[in-house]
Design a protein. Structure first.
Lengths: 120, 98
């Protein structure tokens, strides 16, 4: 099978909408097909990676653990926009998985390098 | 009036609309709206700029789900679902800024 470069761009906060969960589902599918997968987190999407989700009170399935399991699917390219973190009072230390923090311009270059970009 | 905001302050202008429109009352942040009450965020700056004109509340289960219950800004009271009901009952009217 031809391997393509897939980037998933995540720009929504978790739980308030279904985008974050849907993105994860498709990421896992792409990884199962052994594609070259990377994830970008920008704008409110950086909130997806904030550590310490406790979703019992809102009676929704928490999916913080899924980000930690991505490594098992060989999904290790997680890129986070530094400006988006700063605007939300967050740093890489607040996130539940190791990521590469970069500028928006650098993220833009990464996007140009993809075969497929899926936006959530 | 109780103003209820369920959208992230950096994604939608719902909170801005409240702050620009209402003169006083209470603001209850729920769902993605709770991010406005987090320390060091742009939303916190917006709430601070309102200068104490509003009583501020945030729904605790939504803070907890998003991992931000431990970084709520000063001046915001966390309430549970029963507290949500109390706020609605205490105010003459409620408005959800969708």
């Amino acid at each position: 099978m031809t391997i393509k470069k897939f980037m998933f761009v995540n720009r929504k906060a978790p739980y308030g909408t279904v985008y974050a969960l849907e993105s994860l589902e498709v990421v896992l599918i792409a990884a199962a097909f052994e594609q070259d997968v990377s994830l970008a987190f920008m704008d409110d999407g950086v909130y997806q990676l904030k550590k310490g989700h406790q979703t019992k009170g809102i009676e929704m399935k928490g999916f913080e653990k899924t980000y930690g399991a991505l490594e098992d699917y060989d999904v290790t390219k997680l890129y986070v926009d530094s400006d988006s973190l700063a605007a939300r009072g967050l740093t890489a230390d607040d996130l539940c998985v190791p990521v590469e923090v970069m500028s928006r311009a650098e993220l833009g270059k990464m996007m140009e390098d993809q075969d497929v970009v899926l936006s959530f | 009036m109780l103003h209820i905001v369920n959208k992230s302050p950096l994604d939608r202008p719902s909170l801005d609309a409240v702050l620009q429109t209402a003169e006083a009352g209470a603001i209850l942040l729920i769902e993605d709206g709770v991010y406005a009450a987090t320390k060091g965020s742009a939303g916190e700056a917006k709430l601070k700029s309102a200068g104490g004109k509003f009583k501020l509340y945030a729904l605790a289960p939504d803070l907890e789900a998003r991992g931000v219950a431990d970084r709520v800004m000063d001046g915001v009271t966390a309430v549970d679902y029963a507290g949500f009901v109390d706020l609605v009952a205490e105010h003459k009217a409620s408005q959800s800024w969708l």
